[in-house]
Design a protein around this ligand. Sequence first.
Ligand code: FEO
Length: 393
Amino acid sequence: MFNAVEISKDIYWVGVIEWNERYIHGFSMPEGSTNNAYIIKDEKTVLVDTCVDGYSDELIARISDVVEISSIDYIISNHSEKDHAGALGKILELAPNATIVTSDPKGLRILQRYYGEDLRFHPVKTGDELDIGKRTLSFVLTPMVHWPDNMVTYSKHDKILFSNDAFGQFFATSKRFDDEVDDRRLFEYAKKYFANIILPYTRQTAKALDTLDGIGIDLIAPSHGVVWRSHVSRIMDLYRTWCDNEPTDSAVVIYSTIYGSTARMATAITEAFMKCNVAVRLYDLDISDISDIMVDCMDAKYIAIGSPTHNATVLPPMGQFLAYFKGLAPKNRIGIPFGSYGWAQSAQNEIASVFSEKGYSMPLDNCVCDWNEDGADAQSLYDAIIEMIEDNG
Ligand code: FEO
């Protein structure tokens, strides 16, 4: 029932489709996700990555569609996060003679912590090769894309890069290739994935892209989403652009509100950007998704974040957003903290300290109003934002 799909001669997708998963660590996946794994049939049988433990039955069934699991010689663990290594224990019970290929030393350490030190490990570093018959697989360590242990596996024979988290997209689909799905959604999901997974590690990702430059890639087989075959250059170029961390002339305004004062301030800020022809998006955290917002933050030159002061801090939705934003925030932006307060500006100071921690400039240092915002406050804020845009244009 669970079929494998041949993506290149003797190389099969054997992953799992998480049709009904919707969230992973704050990242919303409105159309689910996939955890991809691959079988390479050569003189040796190789499994590239596994999946989350809860989907191991599906993985085992798909592998069994093309090989006897007990015949697996090598399991390449490109990344030990549990969405790729969670089913490793169950696979090893069925393939007791398999050797685990993992990065040296980070992947080795993590997998030994998960599964014990008595397993057969083959730790590898960048440039190491593994002869499996017609093919020689080579490895490139790509630390922090997305964990310290990450690596990618390359088959020169097939010109396939098994890229693990890099070039992934979170969406479940019955199709396996980039040219079989809607282009617009594909690239939106790829960008959302970058903004929410890769963005803090652009320096390391750029370095990995440099290492892979010119090796010759016909297929990129990531561990999430579809296989890239028709848009290999385009997605690699986009990754280079996104790694540059250059903002566009755009703004994003994000707020929480209780009685509407901070909302009116947010609207005034938004209107000021519109007046100056700066593309802007406005998000109320009560109804918006934080992982969608991060996509706009990735592009924005100006990031305005506002909350009223409530119990000497920000409102709960803003607290959640700030925690998420702090971990992912793009570098070198202009921050605009704002909001209303009654008797202490705690919320705005808290937002400003996040901007400060991230090294953002804050040309406007007092975007607050006490008690109830009236039209005059909004007008002053609108004027101040326009002046700031003109000064920073
Ligand atoms: Fe898809 Fe970092 O795991």
